[in-house]
Each structure stands twice: as structure tokens, then as C-alpha cells.
Design a protein around this ligand. Structure first.
Ligand code: WTA
Length: 636
């Protein structure tokens, strides 16, 4: 299986086969990877419990697929190109040989620090090559990594570390983001006050900011590397992992309570990310692949690290932000490294679009072959700008729909094959069986329809459980509809059978492509001492896609509402992180509640959107007059 699909006829043929004989289809794809022992059974599954097992009996190590197997053919090819935040600082290139050496060495450092197969390791680092090295070193020894995005606060990290009972943390003194420095180690120190499970912290030197090193707990990355080198511990055999052994945990927000630890396993995740990387982008050997996500999100896991490396690609890691030193930074990077595939988020596109074309001009973008979009619906205007001004109408745009839980892309054009339609993720990849259902769970057949998006059959990259709480996984994804995986997204299927994702249908907001649970933000707001109660909804935002609108009951604001609002916003930053900071805070005398005490968010959503007329039926409210007051106080 070469993963190459060159025409729509071929796509339809392959797709048909993938549905009629899914096991044969996936076995052929899995056969292109390196297994220590071949699997006995391709698939066992039921969505009731759920219990999903791919490639049972097979053993492997994903890092042998990402590193060792390329040493014969492309040892001196760049595996990672790293562009630092500051354009004045020198970039770095790691060949496959060098990356292999560094991963082995650091894997030994982990072992020297007591880490072993099955241990959970939290990684909280800036976007430097050592982040990828840390991730791969965990996988090398069979430890389970839990990467936490560098923008999360101490409390969010502590929650994640406690949930997974991590024993080791890998971090850096600090990091750079645009013109800011981020005090990563300080944040970790604050988090660890609540985390007795952590025995060891390994600290990489990045920005040389002073940090406190706790005796017996904290060690420097560089010192540990030297020790391992001195001991001659250069080689590290890859741990033999069962296909269904855990590879990593990645936390993501749901509609209720704390973030869930989505669990991915070694075999299926490897097969799925490699397959989708190659298929969607139609990656060709030698191409430079630039995914602008942070490795702290699933997009970075799958399409900066594992997908590209398993396919022997050159992957570009960029430490900085698109708008610093100016809004031409992405185009500098594309020009400098002759990037062939650019994969970014609609938020970035909209923000660069707003900065004006002068930042695009003067850059040679002719190396680009494929443009990708991910994380949120891309509006038509942004799609056209991307296609016209970045791709110069030469490059196919792949609008890739997927989720943390799906491990890799499920619905997307295949570059150069699937005719695009702006704002449509278009068609399912071979092996993926989407269905639309109505509220009652009845399948909606035919074209020109919309409903809730579900998937009918397993694919190797799907989540297996939520860490430590399998029941939560079941109720969240498999209980809403019988025998279906429920995505939480609304979706339309047009006359051509093309899919267009319309957004979340649950209480999750997608801010700049990042999932934020309204309940989480409300919990953080409610921690502020002046707050009595709150309700949070999303509203359309020109750049971020959705913004966060908070309705808050507080007595204090009567004295100084601006100050109280700022304090509340600050509390949310402290508790979750700046990404969850509300854009608008409106003080209200009450919330629209039903007689049973349920907040009617539908009404709040309408008001936040600015639709003050069609509020729907308010007669079931306990106190309908509150709606008028909220409406009158709306923040435009
Ligand atoms: C949304 C990111 C429209 C969707 C990979 C999904 C999208 C959530 C698209 C998952 C797209 C992602 N078009 N919406 N191309 N891609 N989404 O877990 O609502 O961070 O459920 O994974 O982002 O976000 P997550």
C-alpha cells in the first residue's frame, strides 16, 4: 500500500473496499510499518462498553518506526528543522541519525532517573527540538507521556498531573513567545505543591531565567545528558510494546467538569497518523512539512511528531508566533526553508489576513505545494485568501476535520485529488464511516441534510478510554447513540455528499481552535470571591472564531464593575490559562432558569450573538423578566 491516491475514481474504489473489507484494508496499511511481532487479529470491537482493540497480539515500538527504520535510507536527511522564536537566533537541523542518537541518550536519562514502562510523565516545555526528543524518549522506553500546553496555568497542570499520577516532569527554565518570556519552571513549582506523586523534575535550559532547583527533586537536562554520555549509555533498545499498550494521554475539554485524559495506544495510533499524514497531504520524499500547531495539542502530536517522522518526512518546528516580529513571520519561515506543505489554523489565517498583504509580499512562496487547515470551521473569506494569496491558486487547500479523540484526520480532501469546496471538509478518508443522526438517534440518510455527526465503525486512531475513568469515556462518546461514536459536532451533508462541520453541539467553545468547556470557565469564574453565580457561552468572533461571553451575578460590581470584571478575568487566567480568559463579562441580576433550576443557555447564546429578537419560548422560565434586563445590558 503506497497511500497514494491519484484520482477520484481511485478514491471511490479504495473507499468502497475500506467499507466492505475493513480488516483487509487496515491490515494492508499496517503491513507497511515495522512490527516486532505481527498481530494475530486486526480488530475486535464493541461500542457498548466500549472495547476496541486493533492489531491484537502485535508488538512494536513507534520510535523504531519514526527513527531506526529510516537510518538505512535517510540517516543524513533532516528529520527536524527548528526555527527559533527570535529570527536573530540560529535555526537548528537534526538529521534522522542525530535525532535517533538524541532520543536514545535522553531515553537513558529517563531510565537513570527511575522511569520505566507504564510510568506517566508530564511534559511542559517550549517548542524546541527537545520537546519532540522528550516525547519520543518516553515512547522509546514505554513510558506514557502527557504533554501539557505551555500556556496552561499551574492549577491546570496540577489537575492533569494528579489525574494521571505522573511521577516525573520534564520542563524548561522558561520559554519565548513573541516578545514575551514564559516562566515555565516557576509555574511547575507552583503546580507541584499539590502533586506528591512527582519524584523528579528534569529541567532544560532555554531562556536562562533564574529558577529555584529543589534538592533531591530537580535536575538539569544538560547535566543528566553528560552523566549518561560519561557512562557510555548511548544506545537504548526500544521497549517492546503491545499494540494496545498506552502511548500517551492528552487532556481535552468536554462539556462537563474537568478535562478528560484521552488515551491513545501504540499500534493503532501509529498506523493511523502515518496513513493520514501521507494520504491527506500526499507527502513526497524530501518535502518540508510545516505544521504550525503546538506539540501540546493533538495536531502537534500527530502532524509534527509521529505522522511525519513515521513516514520519514522532514518536519519543521517553529517556536514563535505568526505575528512577531511582524505579521510576515510565517512567510519568512516558508521562504527560508522552502516549505512544501503548510498546515495551520483558521485563526492564524484570519489574523494574518487582517494584517494586510504587505506582509505577504516580498516573500517567495513558490515552494508551497499543499495548504492545510485544522481546528475549527474555516470561513469562506479566509479560505479564499489562503488559496489566492498564499497558495497563489496553485495549491490545493485541505480542510481537515478531526479531534483529539480521533487521533488523526477523519474527513478531509486528499490534496490534488478531491475537488475542494470552501468551508467544506469534503469527504471521509478511506476507512472512515461518518453518519448523521437526528436528536432521537435515527440515521438521516441521503444528501442535502444536516444532523449530529457520528462515526459508525472503528478506525485505528480512535481513543480507547479516558484515563482512570472508562465510564466517562462511555457516557461521553458512546452512550448518546447506540453503536455509534458521537463527535459532539453538528454537520451538514450537501447535494454532492460533501461534509461541512458547523460547530459544536455541546457546551464546548472553540476559541482560536482550542477547545474550552463552558463548565470549566464557569468553575474558574465562580472561584472569585465576589462571584455568586455565572454562565458562559460562545459568541462569533472575527479572529478567534468564537469568543467567550460570561454572564456573572456579583454584588461587588456595583462599586466598580470594570475592576471587578478585570479581577474575574485574571482569576480565569490564573486557574486555567490565558486562553480561557473571557472576552466579555456582563454583570446580571439573575440568570434565565427553568423552574427546575436549569440555566437556559440557548437564550444566553442568542443574546451573546446579538440576536435580541428571536429568543424563542421564554414562558417556561422561572422569572422571564430577567431576560429583558440581560438583553438591555448586553455588551456589544
Ligand atoms: C473542531 C483538533 C471544522 C470540531 C484537531 C472538533 C473543526 C474540534 C475542524 C476538535 C475543521 C476541528 N472544520 N471544525 N476542519 N477541525 N474542528 O480536539 O468542533 O482540539 O470537534 O482537535 O475542533 O478539537 P481538538
Amino acid at each position: 500500500m503506497s497511500f497514494r491516491i491519484s484520482s477520484m475514481e481511485e478514491y471511490r474504489e479504495v473507499y468502497r473496499k475500506s467499507v466492505e473489507q475493513p480488516e483487509a484494508f487496515w491490515a494492508e496499511i499496517a503491513g507497511s510499518f515495522l512490527w516486532k511481532k505481527k498481530w494475530d487479529r486486526v480488530l475486535d470491537w464493541n461500542f457498548k462498553e466500549p472495547d476496541i482493540r486493533w492489531f491484537s497480539g502485535g508488538t512494536l515500538n513507534i520510535t523504531e518506526n519514526c527513527l531506526d527504520r529510516h537510518l538505512e535510507t535517510r540517516a543524513d536527511q533532516p528529520a527536524i528543522i527548528w526555527e527559533p522564536n527570535d529570527p536573530e537566533e540560529h535555526h537548528r537541523v537534526l538529521t534522522y541519525r542525530q535525532l535517533h542518537q538524541k532520543v536514545c541518550l535522553f531515553a537513558n536519562v529517563l531510565k537513570n532517573n527511575g522511569a520505566k514502562k507504564g510510568d506517566r510523565i508530564c511534559i511542559y516545555m517550549p517548542m524546541v527540538p527537545e520537546l519532540a526528543i522528550a516525547v519520543l524518549a518516553c515512547a522509546r522506553i514505554g513510558a506514557v507521556h502527557s504533554v501539557v500546553f505551555g500556556g496552561f496555568s499551574a492549577q491546570s497542570i496540577a489537575d492533569r498531573i494528579q489525574d494521571a499520577q505522573c511521577e516525573l516532569v520534564i520542563t524548561a527554565d522558561g520559554g519565548f513567545r513573541g516578545n514575551k518570556e514564559v516562566p515555565l519552571k516557576n509555574v511547575i513549582d507552583d503546580a507541584l505543591v499539590q502533586c506528591p506523586s512527582v519524584r523528579r523534575v528534569i529541567v532544560l535550559t532555554r531562556n536562562r531565567t533564574p529558577v529555584s532547583m529543589i534538592k533531591g527533586r530537580d535536575v538539569w537536562w544538560e547535566d543528566e545528558i553528560k552523566k549518561a554520555e560519561t557512562l557510555g549509555m548511548l544506545d537504548c533498545p526500544a521497549e517492546e510494546m503491545d499494540a494496545e499498550d498506552m502511548l500517551f494521554i492528552l487532556y481535552t475539554s468536554g462539556s462537563t467538569g474537568k478535562p478528560k485524559g484521552v488515551v491513545h495506544t501504540c499500534g493503532g495510533y501509529m498506523v493511523y497518523t502515518g496513513y493520514t499524514f501521507k494520504t491527506v497531504f500526499q507527502y513526497e520524499p524530501g518535502d518540508v512539512h510545516f505544521c504550525t500547531a503546538d506539540i501540546g495539542w493533538i495536531t502537534g502530536h500527530s502532524y509534527i511528531v509521529y505522522g511525519p517522522l513515521s513516514q520519514g518526512a522532514t518536519t519543521l518546528i517553529f517556536e514563535g508566533v505568526p505575528t512577531w516580529p511582524d505579521a510576515g513571520r510565517f512567510w519568512d519561515v516558508v521562504d527560508k526553508f522552502k516549505v512544501n506543505v503548510l498546515y495551520t489554523a483558521p485563526t492564524a489565517i484570519r489574523s494574518l489576513m487582517q494584517s494586510g498583504l504587505e506582509y505577504v509580499e516580498g516573500h517567495d512562496l513558490s515552494s508551497l505545494k499543499v495548504l492545510g487547515s485544522v481546528g475549527e470551521p474555516i470561513n469562506q473569506e479566509a479560505w479564499h485568501w489562503y488559496h489566492e494569496h498564499i497558495g497563489k491558486k496553485r495549491c490545493p487547500v485541505v480542510d481537515t476535520w478531526w479531534q483529539t479523540e480521533t487521533g488523526g484526520i477523519l474527513i478531509s480532501p486528499i490534496a490534488g485529488v478531491t475537488p475542494a469546496k470552501p468551508s467544506y471538509a469534503t469527504l471521509p478518508l478511506p476507512g472512515v464511516q461518518p453518519v448523521l443522526v437526528d436528536e432521537k438517534g435515527e440515521e438521516i440518510e441521503g444528501n442535502g441534510v444536516s444532523g449530529n455527526l457520528c462515526i459508525r465503525f472503528p478506525w485505528p486512531g480512535m481513543l480507547r478510554t479516558t484515563y482512570g475513568d472508562h465510564e466517562r469515556c462511555r457516557t461521553n462518546y458512546f452512550a448518546a447513540y447506540d453503536n455509534l461514536y458521537f463527535t459532539g459536532d453538528g454537520c451538514l451533508r450537501d447535494e454532492d455528499g460533501y461534509y461541512r462541520i458547523t460547530g459544536r453541539v455541546d457546551d464546548v467553545i472553540n476559541v482560536s481552535g482550542h477547545r474550552i468547556g463552558t463548565a470549566e470557565v464557569e468553575n474558574a469564574i465562580n472561584m472569585h470571591s465576589d462571584v455568586i453565580e455565572s454562565a458562559v457561552v460562545g459568541f462569533p468572533h472575527d479572529i478567534k472564531g468564537q469568543g467567550i461571553y460570561a454572564f456573572v451575578i456579583s454584588e461587588q460590581h456595583l462599586n466598580d464593575s470594570d475592576l471587578t470584571a478585570k479581577d474575574i478575568a485574571m482569576t480565569v487566567s490564573r486557574i486555567i490559562g490565558p486562553i480561557a480568559r473571557p472576552d466579555k463579562i456582563q454583570f446580571v441580576p439573575g440568570l434565565p432558569k427553568t423552574r427546575s433550576g436549569k440555566i437556559m443557555r440557548r437564550i444566553l447564546r442568542k443574546i451573546a450573538e446579538g440576536d435580541l429578537v428571536n429568543l424563542g419560548d421564554t414562558s417556561t422560565l422561572l422569572d422571564p423578566s430577567v431576560v429583558d434586563e440581560i438583553r438591555n445590558g448586553r455588551i456589544a
